[in-house]
Design a protein around this ligand. Structure first.
Ligand code: ADE
Ligand code: ZN
Length: 343
């Protein structure tokens, strides 16, 4: 293994931008399809993976939503979370905040309770078996109506102790943050932390970023690359101490060859950058370590930069201060040992 890959592999990390449905690997999809008697139009996992061909956000989302149709029972949601956390625990992820899209499932008749109980069991069993800590972020699917989002929000309230934050994902075209302002206002009142996707190069992206920051008052932006085009947005993000959850593979998909300007650009401006995987099962199996390696190869990130990224992720995490201190302690010990050797 190259020294930088080894450094990344051993680095204590947090992942803050990963869609659980986007971690559903083809092997598990076949297993769940058999369990639930769902017919899949693919002969085997290779044929299924070969079908993951997309060129923009809507064509990606069509594939992503079709994949989630195999998730039905509590045990399916448990297995999904457990498999993801097992995988990233092996990559030295100490803490993860994972998105899930309830509307993908409640619309197919899966009760909210089935989903959240399965997810929670998977999370707790992974913590018991691998020591990895994690929480959930409920994401609203932005092309659905505000009423549909409000209905999901209401059904989540009895489980709010199991969900740390609210997010917004899926197709951004004609679906600005403002559409969900009332739900996010109520969410804040109920104690949820707030984040939103502002995907790369979307329609009205600068206005969407402005709304997310100024009108909604998010603490993080998922992606957010187009902020770099506007000095006033950069200033607003700095003033509020916003974090950015950037995903190198997804950047490459949306705007090839621009990780240098996006990830490196954010870091050089002193914005609080984190690196993440987004939808690894649909992105050639690139989990967080592979995304960090892309940041090295495509944007020249070195060991010190990765330590900064991990420190930012631990600061961005929606956790109590004891856990934060523990995570920082492990990072500092690693950085001191490794960077000393490198010098
Ligand atoms: N849902 C899953 N992955 C997504 C992404 N990268 N952007 C928006 N919605 C998503
Ligand atoms: Zn995402």
């Amino acid at each position: 293994m190259q020294p930088i890959a080894k450094f990344i592999a051993g680095l204590p990390k947090a992942e803050l931008h990963v869609h659980l449905e986007g971690t559903l690997e083809a092997e598990l999809k076949f297993e769940l399809a058999a369990r639930n008697a769902v017919d899949l139009p693919y002969a085997d996992v290779e044929a299924m993976r070969a079908s993951y061909v997309y060129h923009d956000l809507p064509s990606f989302l069509a594939i992503f939503y079709e994949g989630s149709f195999v998730l039905h029972q509590e045990a399916d949601f448990r297995d999904l979370v457990y498999a993801y956390l097992k995988k990233v625990a092996s990559q030295n992820v100490l803490y993860a905040e994972m998105f899930f899209d309830p509307q993908q499932h409640t619309d197919r008749g899966v009760p909210f309770a089935t989903m959240i109980e399965g997810l929670t069991r998977g999370r707790l069993e992974a913590e018991r078996d691998f020591g990895i800590r994690s929480q959930f972020i409920l994401c609203f699917v932005r092309e659905r109506s505000a009423q549909s989002a409000m209905a999901v929000f209401e059904s989540a309230l009895p489980y709010k102790h199991l969900i740390v934050g609210l997010g917004l994902d899926s197709d951004e075209k004609d679906n600005p943050p403002a559409k969900f302002a009332e739900i996010f206002r109520r969410g804040r009142e109920e104690g949820f932390r707030l984040t939103m996707h502002c995907d790369v190069d979307q329609q009205n992206t600068h206005e969407h970023i402005r709304q997310a920051i100024e009108d909604i008052g998010v603490e993080r932006i998922d992606h957010g690359a187009n902020l770099l085009d506007r000095p006033e947005l950069i200033a607003a993000a700095k003033e509020r101490g916003l974090f950015f959850t950037v995903c190198p593979y997804a950047n490459e998909m949306m705007r090839p060859g621009e990780n240098q300007s996006i990830a490196r650009g954010m870091l050089d401006l002193g914005l609080r950058l984190t690196l993440n995987s987004d939808d690894p099962a649909y992105m050639e199996g690139k989990y967080i370590n592979e995304n960090m390696l892309m940041a090295h190869e495509l944007a020249g990130f070195g060991p010190e930069d990765f330590v900064t990224v991990s420190r930012n992720a631990f600061d961005a995490a929606w956790i109590d201060e004891d856990l934060r201190a523990e995570l920082h302690g492990r990072l500092t010990a690693y950085a001191e040992a490794q960077l000393m050797v490198a010098r």
